[in-house]
Design a protein around this ligand. Structure first.
Ligand code: AGP
Length: 613
């Protein structure tokens, strides 16, 4: 996720801003920039790459004496969403006049139409970003009063934002605003700071004001004035941060993995935003860059991926075949790339990759292109190699995933593939009514995930049943079969307990020989096709005295009666059920690893992105 730092005080603004950005580096980013006020003017420096490179550029371009006289400024680390990671796309962005500078976290949904309107009024844009459009909008509204200009401009905006804005004409103030993207104000002595999270300012002050959605504030060295978009004053309390520095980086969570598990209502909302057309009952996936006719000509689909992304692909396969009626396979990328796959111009190969850098998946993309197939990427990192070489696709918008064990990327991948199935299906025999029903199920997912997360305590208690196991099985059928595989992978990679994900029907074809009182089985029994048959398999496990943990749908008294160690998750559709099941399994694996004292964020032997074969 991007990072914001702002400062209004007596001096040394550059150093304060750069140190603040350094404290935000953990959030993942690909470019950085700052604007500072010194000697009567605002200077802007931006660079691709790390904060260290930005600091070198600042030192090279501005003598220490000038930097020391800087009294205010804003700074940003960018995690690309609209537009590749380039210096031109880095923040701060300026308005048409070049007088007003703005940094932004979030996604402006209607930026394209705003940009077209302003181009029609003679505006010229230098970047591909939604942020620059917002800067120009503020500039259009500016009549000498920055706060009013920002409040007016934001009334035309749809989407999420956390912004900091400033101008040389009012060097003693920064205007900030929040809607859906965190922003806080640090109240210091003789100086006031703003930031997207407390880690950037905690070394200066622990007295903070957390802005709420709809707030707009003027920040000065000697005080803060918080209002709403109608410029009516609002009262915001000053809180005291008592977290230690590292805890602040993780949002108060013990590990990045746990932070990212709990981010899923927000990350899923960001994945969905702007992509569900409830009126037509369809998905809007502009990044595919395919006409309806081209989509209708796809007669075969192959999903290629590795690891967790492979299980997301396997999950998506059910939805695509059921909803679009297109023969679909999911292949491990290394197998695909070497087995001389049979593809044609009516084949579509979808590479699923959080990092967009996995070597085998990238090689699979290139092999598919050599064979003339349509290729698309489902990636989280904007501008990643797979995303660039595929040339078309759908970004997750899940924000950077720091924990090596993939969590929020998986659930966003499943949702994107469901949106793809909906788009392909509505171009075929899926009716508008069926599409609307699916859109409603998709829109409901973030809130349902929130309800699963609320059961964290119950899941932590169930973890105690697994913590001493040498080996465990995860079983499921249908859409829950890949979910079982993913649950087993989570447990393996962070707790180091051997675990196998198995199709529930397969147990009796051999693995049941391994079941005994020391071998727990986690059974996915949500109310989707296959549940009743899996119940029979659970009976077979219980008959061998295997301890069973069940995950079922709220109200399923039959499962709760058969399996006392049962977690109930909200009712949802068939194709969204794996998301709820896997969120519970993520927390289960996390608590087992925590109880076993494992490192969790950086498990032994693992890398976040496997860029070698
Ligand atoms: C999942 O928890 C692992 N970190 C790993 O299996 C990962 O999913 C796999 O390496 C694929 O990575 P990618 O999505 O970045 O391509």
């Amino acid at each position: 996720m991007c990072g914001i730092v702002g400062y209004v005080g007596q001096a040394d603004a550059c150093e304060v801003l750069l140190n603040g950005l350094r404290r935000l580096e953990y959030r993942g980013y690909d470019s950085a920039g700052l604007a500072f006020f010194a000697d009567g003017a605002v200077q802007v420096v931006r660079s691709v790459g790390k904060v260290a490179q930005l600091a070198e550029r600042v030192a090279a371009e501005w003598p220490a004496a000038v930097r020391a006289r800087a009294t205010a400024g804003i700074a940003h680390t960018r995690w690309a969403t609209h537009g590749a990671p380039t210096e031109m796309n880095a923040h701060p962005h300026a308005d048409e006049s070049g007088r007003i500078f703005l940094v932004h976290n979030g996604i402006i949904e209607n930026y394209a139409s705003l940009r077209r309107q302003m181009e029609g009024r003679g505006h010229h844009f230098l970047s591909q970003t939604d942020t620059e459009v917002l800067a120009h909008l503020v500039g259009e509204c500016y009549r000498g009063h920055l706060f009013e200009a920002v409040a007016q401009a934001l009334k035309h905006v749809e989407g999420t934002y956390g912004i900091a804005v400033f101008t040389a004409e009012h060097p003693g103030e920064i205007v900030v605003a929040r809607n859906g993207s965190p922003l806080l104000i640090g109240v210091g002595t003789g100086a006031t700071l703003v930031a997207s999270d407390a880690s950037a300012i905690i070394s200066h002050t622990r007295q903070v004001i957390y802005l709420q959605d709809g707030d707009v504030a003027v920040v000065r060295a000697d005080g803060v004035d918080v209002r709403n978009l109608d410029q009516i004053p609002v009262d915001r309390a000053v809180s005291h941060i008592d977290w230690d520095d590292t805890a602040v980086e993780k949002g108060g969570h013990a590990h990045f993995m746990l932070k990212e598990i709990f981010e899923q209502p927000e990350s899923l909302q960001n994945t969905i935003r702007g992509r569900v057309d409830l009126r037509a009952g369809c998905a809007l996936l502009a990044g595919l860059n395919l006409t309806p006719r081209e989509m209708a000509e796809v007669n075969r689909l192959v999903l290629v991926a590795c690891g967790t992304s492979l299980y997301a692909g396997m999950t998506g396969q059910y939805a695509i075949e059921d909803l679009a009626g297109i023969p679909t396979d999911t292949e491990q990328a290394a197998e695909f790339r070497y087995r001389n796959p049979i593809l044609g111009p009516d084949s579509m190969v979808v590479a699923v990759s959080q990092s967009g850098e996995t070597a085998d998946t990238l090689a699979a993309v290139r092999e598919a292109q050599r064979k003339g197939a349509l290729v698309a990427g489902v990636c989280n990192v904007v501008g990643s190699t797979i995303a660039r070489e595929a040339g078309r696709g759908v970004y997750l918008h899940a924000g950077p995933e720091i924990g090596v064990a993939s969590t929020k990327a998986f659930t966003s991948q499943v949702l994107v593939l469901l949106l793809l199935a909906l788009a392909l299906g509505r171009g075929r025999r899926l009716s508008r009514e069926e599409g609307i029903k699916l859109c409603q199920e998709i829109n409901a997912v973030p809130a349902l995930v929130q309800r699963v997360l609320a059961q964290d305590g119950a899941i932590a208690a169930l973890a105690g049943k697994l913590v001493a196991a040498q080996s465990a099985f995860f079983i499921g059928r249908g859409v829950l079969y890949p979910a079982a595989m993913e649950g087993a992978l989570k447990l393996k990679e962070i707790s180091y307990i051997h675990a196998e994900g198995y199709h529930a029907a397969e147990l009796k074809h051999g693995p049941i020989a391994l079941l005994d009182a020391q071998t727990p089985v986690v059974a996915l029994l949500l109310d989707v096709p296959g549940r009743d048959k899996t119940m029979g398999n659970v009976q077979e496990c219980l008959a061998r005295h295997a301890p069973v943990i069940a995950i079922a749908t709220e109200g399923d008294t039959e499962v709760a009666a058969l399996v006392p160690d049962c977690l109930l998750v909200p009712r949802t559709g068939t194709y969204t059920a794996p998301i709820l099941a896997v969120v519970a399994l993520q927390l289960l694996a996390y608590h087992v690893a925590r109880l076993r004292g494992c490192p969790i964020d950086q498990p032994r032997n693992l890398a976040k992105s496997v860029t070698v074969e």
